[in-house]
Design a protein around this ligand. Structure first.
Ligand code: HXC
Ligand code: NAP
Length: 292
């Protein structure tokens, strides 16, 4: 990934950042970029074996040994506090948080048990406010200028059927981002969000675009740029938002989705499929209606 990074090698060297869910997928890619750029990183998630493998791989790839791992279920506040304590013990303090851990799967809402609903909302929303609250208390007490980045989705604001618990929770995370950006600016704490469109990861694609769905809905067909996102593209955006180069940005959500949500929202965008010759006919017909 190093040759695809846009920031200078030392852009994050004054940063210590906790990345939740950093053992796999987009969290792992962001952690890789941050390590290349000189940050100290803690990654946490439930599966310690996954974290150990990622730690070994990323230290080898980036040459940066300042990568700490802690097992944690983001739903449990004591475990969240333990991640913060371990990070402070290892690196002296911390000044960055990426709320990336998530749970999700595709399902008609009426088929969900109440426990299934709880599971998704608890991982996504409770996990994010647990980490945000514990970190904010620490930063304010220690008078540390700090920065939070929350990974949401484009259906945080449109909502979406078949992922209702995730949509409800991600909408909550976006509201939390904007709320804390306003309230904690006085403490020099920033909060921004990234809303990715489809980026291939095992975790997301196996649960949201299983083979059976692909025949009904090809996610690529919904994206006007006609490709998925590359992990380094999201990692570069996250690096910028976690760096001091974005110091004047807070309360913002940046979409990175190849134009997907806006394309599918726009009333007439499906007219892309109308051939040029037909536009000649349409123009004639429409002009014919003009009153002289
Ligand atoms: C219906 C289901 C289900 C399914 C689980 N449940 N899978 N119900 N359909 N496919 C129900 C279970 O029966 C149980 O309810 C409850 O949900 C909790 O399930 P557990 O397996 O006990 O939960 P847990 O072990 O905590 O696992 C959490 C998980 C799992 C969310 C279910 O998928 C997971 O670990 N996910 C983590 C990674 C992930 O989801 N990544 C994708 C993020 S992508 P009962 O009533 O039976 O007890 C994303 C946005 C992508 O967020 C946007 C793309 C554009
Ligand atoms: P992923 O690889 O499945 O990442 C999710 C991570 O969250 C995993 O590492 C998982 O690790 C961790 N996690 C889940 N439950 C947890 C819990 N209770 N406590 C601690 N950690 C937990 O999927 P991804 O695609 O990279 O998703 C990363 C983020 O991007 C998510 O916020 C997702 O909503 C967002 N996103 C992804 C896409 C996409 O297309 N990929 C699009 C829009 C938004 P463990 O299983 O070890 O706990």
């Amino acid at each position: 990934m190093k040759d695809k990074l846009m920031l200078k090698d030392n852009a994050l060297e004054n940063k210590t950042i906790i990345v939740t869910g950093g053992g796999t997928g987009l969290g792992k890619s962001m952690a890789t970029a941050f390590l290349h750029l000189g940050a100290n990183i803690t990654i946490c998630s439930r599966k310690i074996e996954v974290l150990k493998n990622t730690q070994e791989e990323l230290i080898k790839e980036t040459g940066n040994e300042n990568l700490h791992i802690v097992a944690c279920d983001v739903r449990k506040y004591e475990e969240v506090e333990n991640v913060l304590n371990e990070t402070v013990n290892r690196f002296g303090s911390f000044n960055g948080l990426v709320n990336n851990a998530a749970g999700n799967f595709i399902s008609p809402t009426e088929r969900l048990s109440h426990k299934a609903f709880d599971t998704i909302v608890d991982i996504v929303l409770k996990g994010t406010y647990n980490f945000s609250l514990a970190s904010g208390k620490y930063w304010i007490k220690e008078n540390i200028a700090a920065n939070m980045l929350n990974i949401v989705t484009t259906y945080s604001w449109t909502g979406s059927g078949y992922v209702a618990p995730s949509a409800a929770a991600k909408g909550g995370v976006l509201a939390l981002t904007r709320s804390l950006a306003s309230e904690w600016a006085k403490y020099k704490i920033r909060a921004n969000a990234i809303a990715p469109g489809p980026f291939p990861t095992q975790g997301a694609f196996s649960r949201l675009f299983p083979e059976a769905i692909h025949k009904q809905l090809d996610p690529l067909k919904r994206i006007p740029l006609k490709r998925y996102g590359e992990h380094y593209e999201l990692a570069n955006l996250a690096s910028y938002l976690m760096s001091d180069f974005s110091a004047y940005m807070t309360g913002e959500v940046v979409t990175i989705d190849g134009g997907e949500w806006i394309y599918n929202a726009g009333e007439f965008n499906a007219f892309d499929n109308i051939p040029q010759e037909m536009w000649d006919y349409i123009e004639k017909e429409v002009r014919g209606k003009n009153k002289k």
